[in-house]
Structure formats: structure tokens, C-alpha cells
Design a protein around this ligand. Structure first.
Ligand code: PGA
Length: 223
């Protein structure tokens, strides 16, 4: 793996409830110490951020909190929205923007996503910007790009490590972004093959991040 980032592991819980204490207990049972070079980020749903923040502090594990989304608006009359400043109160340090499910199921456009990236960057978040292929425009200031082919998300059919490496290499070349992740059916038994590729610096994990032992196995096998 390249020197820029040595293993960035992001768990995206999506709209699933994940009990923080139980998850952290299971994580620790597989991985008592997070390897020094690994960075672990979990992204619970909004209502569970508070529990997660407290449970991580109590557990004393070096796990960071991320958000699955944020509002493109500032605080104010925007019913149902969660602006960046509110996320900061929960110690959120990173935000996923442009996940394929938000593009396809909620109709988010490149323009809206670019505005979200501006909001996130203004708030000092690390932006994890998701793209389906090399044709997607990546807003400036984004530091992490996650290549997630839609057909591989939740399907049990990951891309090949060689193709993912080639796509991520091209995206880095086109955008100047230095950290590239692969996402789509990453599991404990295939993570090492992705992270062995030179352009892949980490993984974005959905289903296999929902239990602490499975996600810890991913961090262990990928580090
Ligand atoms: P998956 O999801 O790991 O369940 O395929 C990945 C993602 O949606 O980021």
C-alpha cells in the first residue's frame, strides 16, 4: 500500500440500527488493539450518533465517527435536514457524500453533491466522495474518493481487485485525490486482496460492518 494512507477502514451502517456497546465488545474480542497504521471510522445513522460517541469514549478504542450524509443547507428553515454544525457536536470528523444509494434512490445530483462537499469542507470534515466510475466529477477539496461500482454494492459480487486498482489509479490521476478506497461486497475473506493493490488505500464496507466481529476481521485481515 502507498505511504499516503495505510489502511482506512470505513463502516457504513446505512439505515440499520447498530447497538454501539455490543458492536464494540465484539470488535474488541477479535481485535483487542487497532493496528497503529489502521484508521477505523464508523458511520451510524443520525439518531445513534450520540450513543456511539459515548460508547467509543468509554471503550477507549481509537475509532472515529463519520456521518452517512449531511445537509447542503446551513442551519435554518430546512425541515428534516441535518446541517454540518450539528454533526460536529457528536465528534463527527468525516462524512460520506454521494453514495450510490443516495444518487439512485433519492435522486441526488452532481450539483447538489458538490454543494454538500462545500458545506462539509467548510465545517472541516474529511470528505469521502463516492463514485461509480471514472466519469464522475469529483469536487475540489475532496481528500478521499471511494470507487463503488453499483452492481457490487450489497450483491456479494465484488469487482476484481485488479480492475478496482486500475479504476482508482485513473481517478487519482484525473483528480489529484491522494486516498482511494474500494467499496462493494468487501468481506473478511477478500479485503486483503484489495488492499494488496498499489492504488487502493482502504475500503468502504456496508453489510460486513454491521457486526463488530466481522468489521474487526476486515481491519485485521486488511492491515
Ligand atoms: P456492501 O456496501 O459492503 O454491503 O456491498 C458497500 C457500500 O454501500 O458502501
Amino acid at each position: 500500500m502507498p505511504s499516503q494512507e495505510n489502511g482506512l477502514f470505513i463502516g457504513n451502517f446505512k439505515a440499520n440500527s447498530v447497538e454501539a456497546k455490543e458492536w464494540l465488545r465484539a470488535f474488541r474480542s477479535v481485535l483487542p488493539e487497532v493496528p497503529q497504521e489502521a484508521q477505523v471510522v464508523v458511520c451510524p445513522s443520525y439518531p445513534e450518533l450520540s450513543d456511539w460517541r459515548k460508547a467509543i469514549v468509554t471503550a477507549g478504542l481509537p475509532i472515529l465517527l463519520g456521518s452517512q450524509d449531511l445537509s447542503l443547507f446551513p442551519p435554518g428553515a430546512y425541515t428534516g435536514e441535518v446541517p454540518a454544525i450539528m454533526l460536529k457536536r457528536y465528534n463527527v470528523t468525516a462524512v460520506i457524500i454521494g453514495h450510490s444509494e443516495r444518487r439512485s434512490k433519492l435522486g441526488e445530483t452532481d450539483e447538489q453533491l458538490a454543494q454538500k462537499a462545500v458545506r462539509a469542507l467548510e465545517a472541516g470534515f474529511r470528505v469521502i466522495y463516492c463514485v461509480a466510475d471514472t466519469s464522475v466529477r469529483v469536487p475540489s477539496g475532496v481528500s478521499v474518493v471511494a470507487y463503488e461500482p453499483p452492481g457490487s454494492i450489497g450483491s456479494g459480487k465484488p469487482d476484481t481487485p485488479e480492475n478496482a486498482d486500475e479504476v482508482i489509479r485513473l481517478i487519482k490521476k484525473q483528480t489529484g485525490v491522494q486516498v482511494g478506497l474500494y467499496g462493494g461486497s468487501v468481506k473478511p475473506d477478500n479485503v486483503a486482496a484489495f488492499l494488496r493493490e498499489p492504488a487502493i488505500d482502504g475500503v468502504l464496507v456496508g453489510g460486513a460492518s454491521l457486526t463488530g466481529d466481522s468489521f474487526a476481521s476486515i481491519v485485521k485481515n486488511g492491515s
